[in-house]
Write a protein that binds this ligand. Sequence first.
Ligand code: HEC
Ligand code: HEC
Length: 177
Amino acid sequence: MKNDTNTPFRPLSRSARLAAGALLLAGAAHGSDGERTPRVTLIKPYVAECAACHIAFLPGHLPAASWGRLMAGLGKHYGTDATLDPKDIQLISQWLNANADDRPRAAAAVPEDRITRTDWFVRKHRSIEAATWRLPSVKSASNCMACHTGADRGQFGEHALRRPEGLSARQRATWDD
Ligand code: HEC
Ligand code: HEC
């Protein structure tokens, strides 16, 4: 993967809409409540082991407790076996832990330790209808790339957003809001 060592954003970045280019250069983004969020460099073992079946999810998208549980249960990983050797598990766990979402309000338990069940995710996507997540072109809310064309580079702003195929006229109308 070309950009595997340079994923700059922890997300929640409203300012990305305003100044995507500048932010990319700055390599940092502001959270929706204005706090500055650090650049995240994806480590190689993470990309190699955790971006085989889906994109390399950003560490800042889940709290440390969720990453910890997830890394402790890779044998039963959302219906698949994602087991790794202990050395990689340790390395990746430490890195996830160090870069996890540490905002106080992110400390609440996350159902299924899913990014897609975090409070911020639900809030940011509240205008998307349930049926939209189930479209063949989307399949699952976890499939960020269906809508965020820069998700694999850590980009989730409005500039890198596409409407998935197959939206009804009504869904398109809510999408544009
Ligand atoms: C063998 C394939 C495979 C590998 C390897 C794998 N995953 Fe997954 N992962 C899945 C599947 C399947 C799901 C569930 C997707 C869905 O519900 O649509 C998932 C879901 C997730 C989710 C939850 C996404 C959501 O719904 O919010 C996280 C977080 C995650 N994986 C992290 C990791 C990490 C970290 C690693 C590396 C240690 C990893 N995955 C390796 C297959 C894999
Ligand atoms: C069905 C399409 C769709 C999918 C799939 C999807 N999103 Fe989104 N996402 C959106 C839309 C639409 C917005 C709202 C854009 C806006 O108003 O700025 C959004 C907003 C966001 C934002 C806030 C961006 C900002 O600048 O405020 C983040 C972060 C985000 N999504 C992350 C994710 C992640 C991570 C995944 C996968 C786990 C994902 N999204 C999956 C459609 C989607």
